[in-house]
Design a protein around this ligand. Structure first.
Ligand code: SAM
Length: 283
């Protein structure tokens, strides 16, 4: 199960109007899509996800919600999906879903043993390809830039000495050897796993390209709502809205919206979520 994060604020900020055209660009388990359509059934909702398993869930949901228009692809496909249509609102819930993290066969989690995969789209290079074939320096750079891992050089040296790896647990054990457990609250492999996932899925490149194009997808007064889960994602969104996007958008969240205590009690995974919303102007 995936518990949707900041559900009520995303519905409010989308400002859903009857007859409108909306997009959920990260369908996942359909939590947002269902809440949007229950709030206002008389709309068209385009849904997108790069994960073929999420698209299967979307087709199952479409039996009860014929307003869904379903597309398999990444943010870079939005332009061709819209094909000139303009949206009243679009929401992005960035990162991975619980369906992905909690499935050992997808290889996202350092808590479960499984193939070292981490590909949301199930194609392209996997985490195993990175750790088994990349140069030590390149592995260290990935861990440092996408995981903020201060011990990146030491971990990369250990990885290269211990490879090849097949499973998540093989990699966890190698990283534990490089940086034995300290007093840190997190298991030693946490940052490396985050870094590999972001790299394998081109996550920041996807977000950056999406932000550069987003002004072209929205009607005047159309809403952009983005929920991010780590500072690298949130920084890209904030920087776009306050710099390049300033001419085209009015920011509606002067400070990002965070989950309240009730939500955090029910869903501790929501703890680092941040919502930003902006409205397209007529520039
Ligand atoms: C956090 S989950 C979304 C959960 C959803 N809001 C819900 O309520 O169930 C993020 C989803 O976005 C998808 N995703 C991430 N990056 C993507 C991208 N660049 N293009 C398309 N889908 C993406 C992932 O495959 C995942 O299913």
């Amino acid at each position: 199960m995936h518990t949707p994060v900041l559900l009520s604020p995303i519905v409010d900020y989308l400002n859903i109007k009857e007859g409108g055209l909306y997009m959920d660009a990260t369908f996942g388990g359909g939590g947002y899509a269902r809440a949007i359509l229950n709030h206002c059934p008389d709309i068209t909702l385009i849904v997108l996800d790069r994960d073929p398993e999420a698209i299967e869930r979307a087709h199952a949901m479409a039996i009860d919600y014929p307003q869904l228009e379903i597309h398999h692809g990444t943010f870079q496909d939005i332009e061709s999906i819209l094909n000139g249509r303009l949206l009243d609102g679009i929401v992005f819930d960035l990162g991975v879903s619980s369906f992905q993290i909690d499935d050992p066969t997808r290889g996202f989690s350092l808590r479960f043993d499984g193939p070292l995969d981490m590909r949301m789209s199930k194609d392209g290079i996997s985490a195993a390809d990175v750790v088994n074939t990349f140069e030590e320096n390149d592995i260290a750079d990935i861990l440092f830039h996408y995981g903020d891992e201060r011990k990146s050089r030491r971990i990369a040296r250990r990885i290269v000495a211990d490879r090849p790896f097949e499973t998540t647990m093989d990699l966890v054990k190698s990283i534990q050897k490089a940086v034995p457990t300290t007093f840190s609250a997190q298991p030693p492999a946490t940052k490396s796993f985050q870094a590999l996932r972001i790299f394998v899925n081109n996550e920041l490149i996807e977000i950056d390209a999406m932000l550069k194009a987003i002004k072209n997808y929205l009607k005047t007064m159309g809403r952009l709502v983005v929920v991010s889960f780590h500072s690298l994602e949130d920084r890209l969104v904030k920087t776009y809205l306050t710099q390049e996007g300033r001419e085209y958008f009015r920011i509606l969240t002067s400070k990002p919206i965070a989950p309240n205590d009730d939500e955090l009690k029910q869903n501790p995974r929501a703890r680092s979520a941040k919502l930003r919303c902006a409205e397209r102007n007529d520039a």
